[in-house]
Design a protein around this ligand. Structure first.
Ligand SMILES: Nc1ncnc2c1ncn2[C@@H]1O[C@H](COP(=O)(O)OP(=O)(O)OP(=O)(O)O)[C@@H](O)[C@H]1O
Ligand SMILES: [Mg+2]
Length: 158
């Protein structure tokens, strides 16, 4: 099961994040794949907003790999592994948040290598035009499949 759509604006991408958040349960992992500037952080902001976290709290982490937000319906762990050197893998302890009962959103998941959990919602963002992004949502296990199904992206108004 794969859902493909086109986002026509950053607001559209943000709304998609809110929709993910509404269905999210403790332990869910969302991996955001895509080149620089494709909208990973915009989507993460939407997820935050959907969990009831002030979206302005969500920034593009610079040297901080993990941001934890505890003011929403569920804790949100926002990880940006861009600056995680392969040599640091395993020593930063970022994987601990995967088992902490929150929602984990990972930018640059390719840096995680084998530490990426087997059941996660993969979201692939691609640049199409100035304000258009291709979005492919693909679950990799039973829980993420339920998450995607629960989003009902086939429903009118989705
Ligand atoms: N349809 C769209 N969806 C998401 N962002 C869009 C869209 N159209 C334009 N944008 C713009 O693209 C930029 C996306 O930036 P963002 O920081 O979310 O990217 P990123 O994938 O997190 O990049 P990085 O790899 O540097 O972290 C924003 O300036 C946003 O306004
Ligand atoms: Mg980002």
């Amino acid at each position: 099961m794969t859902v493909e759509l086109v986002s026509h604006s950053s607001l559209h991408t943000q709304r998609l994040g809110e929709r993910i958040a509404r269905e999210a349960r403790p332990g869910d992992v969302i991996a955001l794949w895509g080149e620089l500037g494709t909208g990973k952080t915009v989507l993460a902001r939407g997820i935050a907003e959907g969990l009831g976290i002030d979206e302005e709290e969500v920034t593009s982490p610079t040297f901080i790999i993990l941001h934890e937000h505890s003011t929403g319906r569920l804790p949100l762990f926002h990880l940006d592994l861009y600056r995680l050197a392969t040599s640091d893998l395993g020593s930063t302890g970022w994987e601990e948040c995967l088992d902490a009962g929150g929602v984990t959103v990972i930018e640059w998941p390719e840096r995680a290598g084998d530490a990426l959990p087997p059941d996660r919602l993969d979201v692939r963002l691609a640049h199409i035009a100035e304000s258009k992004r291709g979005v492919v949502l693909e679950p990799t296990g039973p829980r993420s499949r339920e998450l995607l199904e629960g989003m009902r992206l086939d429903a009118p108004g989705a």
